[in-house]
Write a protein of this length. Sequence first.
Length: 327
Amino acid sequence: MKKHLIACSLLALFAASGAQAADKLRMGIVVKIGGIPWFNAMEAGIKSEAAKRGIDAWMVGPTAADPALQVRAIEDLIAQKVDIIGVVPNDPKVLEPVLKRARDAGIEVITHESPDQKGANWDFELVDAPTHGINHMKALAKCMHEEGKYAMYVGSLTVPLHQQWTDAALNYQKEHYPKMQMVTDKFGVGESLDDSIRTTNELMSKFPDLKGIMAFGSQGPIGAGRAVMNRNKIDQVCVIGAFSPGQGASLVQRGAIKGGYIWNPQTAGEVFVRIADMMQKKEPITDGMTIEGLGKVKVDEATHTILGNNTESLDKENLPKLVKMGL
């Protein structure tokens, strides 16, 4: 009789453990490219927040900033039957069909840096897009003394958020700094260090009087800064943009990059997990609420976008703090 009771107890324990394991949220987050400081920091945020909340979350970093590789990674997560997929898209349009397949399979989707992403339950941003672009234009204009020629880099011409930043910056420049002039169309080189260096060298050769570069994409400011420094044009060309603090700190100290603004990618990784946790628990996400890491948010129900207001200045004074954080 005792053996029977022990056996029943063990079965009940295993059943309970199995139920808990089955209930544990599983989430894969596909980023633009793996192995670079920005997304390494995001991965640290994902891991730390997942550990706090008892969530099984991990990052998938493709070997190149290629939308096709992101599609493949998402298909793999669908096959694993995860509960939620997170994505930082390289090309939102390319991802629409595979995100639809995920939703059809009962998997919820969270995106970042992709407002109004079709196929996503929610997209979150740590800063309002127009404000982010305008802040960079103000910094560039100040450095250029509000006149002269400049160029713009984005991570890719297919990344909507980068287009929103640069469009807002350009419109603000036309209205407030009429003596400034963008010399060419935007360049989609900001996720490649080599392409950013090459493009900057070509621009400085073609436009000897070039005075500024506004660069988005994790490698854009770094490549531009290196090219400007190598050509001894630190005092002639202002480089402003968003970059990984650890990667760009020495360039800022030397004056090759004049500054910029970022949100903390580690915070973004944490927010991915927090929103996933809220979704699993069916907690409402409403306008005006406070979400840790985002602050008081604006929620656009029509576009399923959550807008926060949380950026860091990439100046000489603030950079050491960010570098110390591992960014």
